[in-house]
Design a protein around this ligand. Structure first.
Ligand SMILES: Cc1cc2nc3c(=O)[nH]c(=O)nc-3n(C[C@H](O)[C@H](O)[C@H](O)COP(=O)(O)OP(=O)(O)OC[C@H]3O[C@@H](n4cnc5c(N)ncnc54)[C@H](O)[C@@H]3O)c2cc1C
Length: 422
């Protein structure tokens, strides 16, 4: 059904297995029939490299409205929350199956800078597997609107004094009658300025035990007067959605607690692990987008009277990328299948072997993507550095993702620990 052109030389090489083909075809069909024509019709807001940002560097309302529309259309088609279990309204896909979905979205939906295509699939703003732990009443209030794509969320873990070391979080939660009062400063919060719901990690003041046992996760309606959006965090990705968040005597009812006091850290890690598990598919999709761009350019661009792709110096980075894509695809799909067989993202007690898999699956594909993006810029020459060339943005994304959801060094630290090196 998908009519995107496949490069003849590669057909069959990066095959999608038969059991996943139907859902991947639906995703590609949605991008082709809904997203790309929509971007075309609303080109004013995605036409230029920075046309989607306002004067403060935040997403323009028009761009947000476009993303919201794509998100809701995707949710209506049952594509937005494919990663969640069916009992909470998701598509019930395994992580291995999600690999192929992510790959398709990032390969075919990377044409514009506005993130409109990417909005079809739940990302940081979407319903995370951590929220499966809500009870029925909580689900109806908080999770259902996220699954339906009607609302968005943000996750507030990082603080000025707590990044890699999550246990250093100093935002406090104090009991107040049957509710809680939150106070603290959060930093680098994706979708912080625009979310409807914030998932806030805090330290419970009167709980006993070491720091990691005293944490709790709270849901905050961002219209709560105690939720303040701080300064935008302008960053390498120019995403327009990242900011400081301040909690100032932010009172929430008792039923805004997710799970129990003490669940905060595993819940936060459940959210983080969700992002880690998506990296192999994301990197494979972006890698294939880069490979498409490199192949096309190397065949069409001429220098010294012949296509640049006739030179070995131009062929080899393309060859290496095509080869390494196999490594990431095989590693990603096999290790995610093994993770699926072992546990699930919503399991708060992750076996060490599962944590190790996710850490390996985060850092290695990200490192490869960084090299692929660097090579793509080199193959495209000056055009590769231009916004119009379509690859410098992937380079910035590739550089970025090696820090959020646990920096590369933290992944290696986790892997080393599971190998008995501590
Ligand atoms: C664009 C963007 C979006 C983000 N979105 C969110 C969000 O939505 N919500 C949220 O809560 N957070 C978010 N973050 C924060 C992100 O998770 C943190 O930046 C990340 O965890 C690293 O923390 P840090 O920046 O404080 O670095 P630090 O912890 O200060 O680390 C600095 C360097 O030291 C290294 N290092 C630290 N400790 C060790 C160690 N023991 N061994 C070896 N090396 C070590 C790190 O790997 C890193 O290279 C976002 C960040 C960015 C850049």
């Amino acid at each position: 059904m998908a009519t995107f052109p496949e490069d003849d030389a590669l057909v069959g090489e990066y095959a999608v297995p038969d059991d996943v083909r139907p859902v991947v075809d639906r995703v590609i069909g949605f991008i082709e029939e809904e997203v790309l024509p929509y971007e075309e019709r609303h080109g004013d807001h995605v036409g230029g490299p920075l046309d989607y940002l306002d004067g403060e560097g935040l997403l323009k309302p028009e761009t947000r409205a476009m993303q919201a529309e794509i998100r809701q259309r995707s949710a209506d088609e049952g594509l937005y929350a494919l990663h969640l279990p069916e009992e909470v309204g998701g598509g019930g896909l395994s992580l291995r199956e999600m690999f192929y979905v992510q790959e398709a979205v990032f390969r075919y939906g990377t044409g514009h800078g506005s993130g409109v295509a990417r909005a079809m699939l739940a990302w940081t703003e979407g319903p995370s597997p951590a929220l499966v732990h809500l009870d029925d009443a909580q689900r109806e209030e908080w999770l259902d609107p996220l699954v339906a794509g009607e609302e968005t969320a943000c996750i507030c873990i990082t603080e000025p004094g707590a990044g890699s070391d999550v246990t250093a979080v100093s935002t406090t939660a104090e009991r107040d009658g049957d509710g809680w009062v939150l106070n603290g400063d959060k930093r680098y919060i994706t979708n912080g300025p625009f979310a409807d719901t914030a998932q806030v990690l805090a330290r419970v003041e009167d709980a006993d035990g070491p720091a990691h046992e005293r944490m709790a996760m709270f849901l905050v309606d961002t219209e709560n007067p105690g939720y303040e959006v701080g300064q935008p965090n302008l960053n390498i990705m120019m995403d327009g959605i990242t900011s400081d968040v301040h909690l100032r005597d932010c009172r929430v009812d008792g039923d805004h607690l997710v799970g129990e006091v003490g669940d905060g850290l595993p819940l936060a890690l459940s959210w983080v692990n969700w992002r880690r598990s998506g990296r192999p598919g994301m990197c494979a999709g972006l890698g294939r987008y880069l490979l498409d761009r490199m192949l096309t350019y190397a065949k069409e661009r001429e220098a010294f009277g012949e296509p640049i792709g006739t030179n070995q110096a131009v062929q080899w980075p393309i060859v290496e990328t095509a080869t390494e894509l196999h490594a990431v695809r095989d590693m990603g799909t096999r290790m995610l299948a093994a993770y699926d067989a072992e546990t699930s993202l919503s399991d708060l007690d992750q076996p060490a072997t599962a944590r190790r898999k996710l850490s390996m699956l985060k850092y290695y594909p990200e490192d490869r993507l960084f090299d692929w993006a660097d090579r793509a810029i080199q193959v495209l020459g000056g055009y590769g550095l231009m916004h119009a060339g379509g690859v410098e943005r992937v380079f910035r994304v590739a550089r970025n993702i090696r820090i959020p959801a646990g920096a590369t060094e933290i992944q290696k630290r986790t892997i080393a620990k599971t190998l008995g090196l501590e």
